[in-house]
Ligand binder design. Structure first.
Ligand code: 5GP
Length: 348
């Protein structure tokens, strides 16, 4: 047994120190980023915010709504290949803003190969190889196999929370690594297993490791208010992935319920009982659910929420004098705080 005593931080443990600025309006702030990826050599040009591949958030309707912002959607892995082909044939503009998600079973691999064989999907932005635990040998092996089979495809792999595993995944063929174990709004991993890592420190340490090898990093989970995105980007994340902040909208595939006269939408973790029963028919004897099922207020069109999130981010940049999102980490000084932010943007 070993104890690491260095303090690790969550978003709520810090604030961003304001800095002198020559900007006169938040309108001047450019939130677009352009990245060229390590292995695929493909380029991304847009707003680096990704809707999570949870089945109610990573939807085709979400792709249609976020494409005009040049933001991204990681489509959930339960769409059939034919559904994807039909959608992208009718909405080719969404292709560079969408990711196909996959698990790491043999069936997942065959489905991925079938999908990427289709000419209609060739220009998809990339593949998101997703496992709750990105530390297993089987996961690394899948990433290696995917890189060999799809040399020109941008590959995202995760989730991990430590630098050495970011390096391993990048060296095994990932272009972008996804960081976050346990911070999600409907995740109970920390409760059920005691495993996790404070998300801001995970981002800072993993981004440093990724950038050292010319890779990129996604901060996945734990953002509940727009200021958290600013902290994630300020800490070095190249992309931020959102679940709960985008849940409860028209574009989500969630069941509408009414509670005390209020319209709400069901939202659940992908390892919750609800998801396991829906997709596997049952929760296997040997495993416990690591996700919650909740309902969130129904909030209408996601475009309005997304504009509000981007408004917050632009304002953060203005406060520290960053003309662009690219400048934000260079101009970020975090101050540790003892008083925690209580306000929650959603899910109350
Ligand atoms: P949020 O933005 O809601 O805080 O976090 C979204 C992220 O939580 C997802 O992208 C995914 O990484 C993670 N997540 C989704 N469902 C579950 C779950 O059931 N259990 C765990 N441990 N994590 C989940």
């Amino acid at each position: 047994m070993r104890i690491e005593s260095e303090i690790k931080l969550d978003f709520k443990d810090v604030l961003i120190r304001p800095k002198r600025s020559t900007l006169t309006s938040r309108k001047e702030v450019n939130l677009k980023r352009t990245y060229t990826f390590k292995h695929s050599r493909r380029t991304f040009d847009g707003i680096p915010v990704i809707a999570s591949n949870m089945d109610s958030v990573g939807t085709l309707a979400m792709a249609q709504s976020l494409t005009p912002f040049k933001a991204l959607v990681a489509l959930h892995k339960f769409y059939k290949v034919e559904e994807l082909v039909e959608f992208f044939t009718n909405h080719p503009k969404c292709l560079p803003h969408a990711l196909i998600s996959t698990g790491i079973t043999d069936d997942d691999y065959s489905k991925l190969k079938d999908a990427l064989k289709r000419e209609e999907l060739h220009d998809i932005m990339g593949i998101c190889i997703d496992a709750a635990n990105g530390y297993t040998e089987a996961f690394v092996e899948f990433v290696r196999k995917a890189r060999e089979t799809f040399p020109q495809m941008t590959i995202i792999a995760g989730n991990v929370v430590t630098g050495e595993m970011v390096e391993e995944l990048l060296l095994s063929g990932a272009d972008i690594v996804k960081a976050g174990i346990g911070p999600g709004s409907v995740c109970t991993t920390r409760i059920m297993t005691g495993v996790g890592y404070p998300q801001l420190s995970a981002i800072i340490e993993c981004a440093d490791a990724a950038h050292g090898l010319s890779g990129h990093l996604i901060g996945d989970g734990g953002c509940t208010i727009p200021g958290d995105l600013a902290k994630a980007f300020g800490g070095g994340a190249d992309f931020v992935m959102l679940g709960g902040m985008l849940a409860g909208h028209e574009q989500c595939e969630g069941k509408i319920v009414e509670q005390s006269g209020q319209k709400r939408m069901v939202f659940y973790g992908m390892s919750s009982d609800t998801a396991m029963k829906k997709y596997a028919g049952e929760v296997a004897d040997y495993r416990a659910s690591e996700g919650r099922t909740v309902s969130v207020p129904f909030r209408g069109n996601v475009a309005d929420t997304f504009k509000e999130i981007l408004g917050g981010l632009r304002s953060s940049c203005t406060y520290v004098g960053a003309r662009s999102l690219k400048e934000l980490p260079k101009r970020t000084t975090f101050i540790r705080v003892t008083q925690q932010l209580n306000e929650v943007f959603v899910n109350s």
